[in-house]
Design a protein around this ligand. Structure first.
Ligand code: NDP
Ligand code: PYR
Ligand code: MG
Length: 581
């Protein structure tokens, strides 16, 4: 097995660009940033989240690093610190208080934050991620304490490269960027969408093992059309309507160019929570020139496909024999539909066009059918099949007889009792996914799915639900959430030095995830593995993605490691404290 060293990562991740900020090559005409390196000690060491260990500094470290007297006498190990923090977090009544406490910890002692998150992932994921992160974004202005991530606004036009240079870390491997227009199913939250890239990148490190210092959250503020926020005195963003058209695309283009110029060819840019009209366009525009990945379109597709592949064990019928119906034909809905069609086409040796025929989508105007084709957005057109118009979901279920129902409309409680009953009357084991986030927008609860289907549904949801007891049986639903995919997917791109994302990598990631579902999981009715083993899962996803990158000739990091799973595992960030000399 090849050992991954920091210098390997440095040269491959930045595409060989080591003089990142052009300081060495700068001529007298170029402006440079006067960054300087210094060794942290004393009071400033305690205030540096990356190196602070709080009460865990040893006696020797306290002597060497001028900490005597700045800490009380006790020395606690990381385990005890973790226990104390968990106790404190559990005392808070409201999830938002827990979110704020965890954010403060991240800002105070980064390694302890990640240790706590990794060791208690099932308990804390709903806090740093959906559903609580949604509430945090809604109230971001009021709870704002210290800025996290990089804010780029219309005011920075022409200066985005300089803004990037203000970020203190140089060896960035992953950027998650949003413009805040479609935050979960909560709509336009403008600049307050920053909670999402921050949360996603926390998962990149905790779940996928990408070093926190290599992660850069970015929010591009082009205004907001959310009147409530525009009138909110605590709103943190630009107080104007959203820029659109040329003004929008020029700013985004400047950003995309500056990122590549600053960090090189191998920087991964994950688009997150853009409204669909921009999301599809940005992906199409940059997928051939940048290492880009749209989490809502592609990551969601991969995670849902994994769940469907894994569910074959419970339904006893191959994917090609299913009929799929979606409520919601946007980024998530059409992204998933397209990957299912690609998967089936490969399985059946059929064309993608042929494979699309068993996949139907409903949007706000009803079933997508041929007679609507002229007025449809481009990304919906492949799904316009020959059928008479059907106005609503229940009508579509009756007309199409689906075996799988997937909710991706962001409309809470759209899977009514009638909908679940209709699915249960057609299928012995109806497969139902309520993908919309946060919990308020979920198409139905786990309890509703199991109760209304009389315990027959195979159910997964975007946001988590507690296990449900129904007629003496306990049903454990799992999360169909792209959080299973993007951390390992990104790690796979990073360790292989990939230069582009290919759809076959999404299939490879889905197969790796499906392969991690155990008999024990199936016995409980789960179609995804438990999040408690997510680092192992991520290593397998990363390995499959990296292997695909090598196979497709898209990997820049040569030679190919012999054991890619081990390579992925050994590349993962560990938050255990280090000793300071
Ligand atoms: N679990 C997961 O991992 C993920 C979950 N999601 C969730 O999926 C949801 C949708 O996201 P996304 O696809 O990006 O959003 P989009 O805005 O791209 O798509 C929403 C779709 O829902 C349709 N819709 C809206 N209202 C209704 C209605 N009343 N009846 C029928 N259809 C309706 C829209 O129709 P029209 O086109 O006519 O306007 C559109 O097709 C969000 O809640 C998001 O949180 C997203 C990504 C990942
Ligand atoms: C999970 C996610 O990416 C979303 O709901 O947008
Ligand atoms: Mg998203």
């Amino acid at each position: 097995m090849e050992k991954v060293t920091n210098s390997d990562l440095k040269s491959s991740v930045n595409g060989g660009v080591v003089d990142v900020y052009g300081e060495d090559s700068a001529t007298i005409e170029h402006n440079i940033t006067p960054w300087s390196l210094s060794v942290s000690s004393g009071y400033s060491l305690l205030r540096d989240p990356r190196y602070n260990k709080g009460l865990a500094f040893t006696e020797k470290e306290r002597d060497t690093h001028y900490l005597r007297g700045l800490l009380p006498p006790v020395v606690l190990d990381q385990k005890l610190q973790e226990k104390r923090l968990l106790n404190n977090i559990r005392q808070y009544q409201f999830p938002l208080q827990k979110y704020m406490a965890l954010t403060e910890l991240q800002e105070r002692n980064e390694r302890l934050f990640y240790k706590l998150l990794i060791d208690n992932v099932e308990e804390l994921l709903p806090i740093v991620y959906t559903p609580t992160v949604g509430e945090a974004c809604q109230k971001f202005g009021s709870i704002f304490r210290r800025p996290q991530g990089l804010f780029i606004s219309l005011k920075d036009k022409g200066k985005i490269l300089d803004v990037l240079k203000n970020w203190p870390e140089r060896n960035i491997q992953v950027i998650v960027v949003t413009d805040g227009e479609r935050i979960l199913g909560l709509g336009d939250l403008g600049c307050q969408g920053m909670g999402i890239p921050v949360g996603k990148l926390a998962l990149y490190s905790a779940l996928g093992g990408v070093r926190p210092s290599a992660c850069l959250p970015v929010t591009i503020d082009v205004g907001t059309n959310n009147e409530k926020l525009l009138n909110d005195e605590f709103y943190i963003g630009l107080r104007q309507k959203r820029a659109t058209g040329q003004e929008y695309s020029e700013l985004l283009h400047e950003f995309m160019s500056a990122v590549k110029q600053n960090y090189g060819e191998n920087i991964l840019i994950q688009f997150e929570d853009f409204a669909n009209h921009n999301a599809f366009e940005l992906l199409a525009k940059y997928r051939d020139t940048h290492l880009v990945f749209n989490d809502d379109i592609q990551g969601t597709a991969s995670v849902v496909l994994a769940g469907l592949v894994s569910a074959q064990k419970l339904t006893n019928s191959p994917l090609a024999e299913h009929t799929f119906l979606f409520l919601g034909a946007g980024e998530a809905g059409t992204g998933i539909a397209e990957l299912i069609a690609l998967y089936i086409s490969k399985q059946m040796n059929a064309s993608v066009e042929e494979s699309r025929k068993k996949i139907w989508l409903v949007d706000s105007k009803g079933l997508i059918v041929n007679s609507r084709k002229d007025s449809l957005q481009d990304f919906k057109k492949p799904w316009a099949h020959e059928h008479e118009p059907v106005k609503d979901l229940l009508g579509a279920i009756k007309a199409i007889n689906p075996t799988v129902l997937i909710g991706s409309a962001g409309i809470g409680r759209a899977f009514t009792k009638e909908v679940i009953e209709a699915m249960s009357s057609i299928n012995e084991r109806p497969l139902i996914m309520a993908l919309s986030n946060p919990t308020t927008q979920s198409e139905c609860t786990a309890e509703e799915a199991y109760t209304w289907s009389k315990g027959r549904a195979i159910f997964a949801s975007g946001s988590p639900f507690d296990p449900v007891e129904y007629e003496g049986n306990v049903f454990v639903s799992t999360q169909a959430n792209n959080a299973y995919i993007f951390p390992g997917f990104g790690l796979g791109l990073v360790i292989s030095g990939a230069i582009r994302v290919h759809d076959d990598m999404l299939l490879a990631a889905a197969e790796a995830l499906a392969g991690q579902v155990s008999k024990e999981n199936y016995d409980k009715g789960m179609i995804y593995p438990s999040f408690s083993s997510i680092r192992k899962i991520s290593a397998h996803i990363a390995a499959n993605v990296a292997a695909k990158a090598y196979e497709l000739g898209l990997a820049g990091r040569l030679p190919r490691p012999k054991d890619i799973v081990k390579c992925a595992e050994s590349s993962m960030y560990s938050p255990t404290y280090r000793l300071y000399r």
